[in-house]
Design a protein around this ligand. Structure first.
Ligand SMILES: [Zn+2]
Length: 210
């Protein structure tokens, strides 16, 4: 038996089994139109100038896929569902990155050589004897924000021999420091730290930022 696409006129050879499975709905292998094969069902080759007297022009029945008419819209809605899921995933990733942005501060460039000492003052602690009070101002001379440096203080005797060495973290020398705070470009910060007085042997101090 033969049927003809209602849209483009392509002619197909069909059998009853295919038509039963598809409930008469066929998808045209030429133009994708879903049409009711029953409308043009005939036992003879329909008259169509494209296919006249030519069996070779017949579309192989294998290209005919039985289609229920809702199949197309089904595909469309699953595409939109997938799109919606993708958008939600992107939003989740964006939110995650935003709420965890401090993680990326760890990768902020550290340039301790661009941190300069502006002033410093070392006195005996007014309340605790045997303790030295060191205060200093540092400035970030880089043109970008960077993490507060580690401050290394070396105590030297008059022959420049090292007597002691201590390293301070930002939370140890800053009054108000929260994790991942940055020293802004061209901005100064005040250091304040205490070390035990090494006695008269120590005559020099060396500051180093790292
Ligand atoms: Zn067609």
């Amino acid at each position: 038996m033969y049927t003809q696409c209602s849209n483009c006129g392509a002619v197909f050879r069909v059998n009853m089994k295919e038509l039963t499975v598809a409930q008469g709905q066929l998808r045209c292998g030429e133009c994708d139109e879903i049409f009711n094969a029953m409308d043009t069902l005939s036992t003879t080759l329909p008259k169509n100038k494209n296919f006249v007297d030519s069996n070779e022009e017949l579309i192989d029945p294998d290209v005919l896929t039985p289609q229920y008419s809702y199949t197309k819209s089904n595909k469309k809605s699953s595409f939109f569902q997938l799109l919606a899921v993708l958008i939600l995933l992107l939003l989740l990733v964006a939110q995650f990155l935003y709420t965890n942005k401090h993680w990326f501060n760890n990768t902020v460039k550290r340039s301790p050589e661009k941190i300069h000492m502006i002033s410093r003052n070392i006195i005996s602690h007014p309340n605790n004897s045997g303790v030295l009070l060191i205060s200093a101002s540092i400035e970030n001379q880089a043109d970008y924000a960077q993490p507060y440096p580690y401050v290394e203080i070396t105590l030297l005797d008059d022959k420049k021999n090292k007597i002691a060495l201590r390293r301070f973290k930002p939370e140890e020398y800053l009054q108000h420091y929260s994790k991942n705070d940055l020293l802004q470009p061209k901005k100064q910060a005040s250091l304040q730290l205490t070390i035990s007085d090494p006695g008269k042997k120590a005559t020099r101090f060396n500051f180093q930022f790292m």
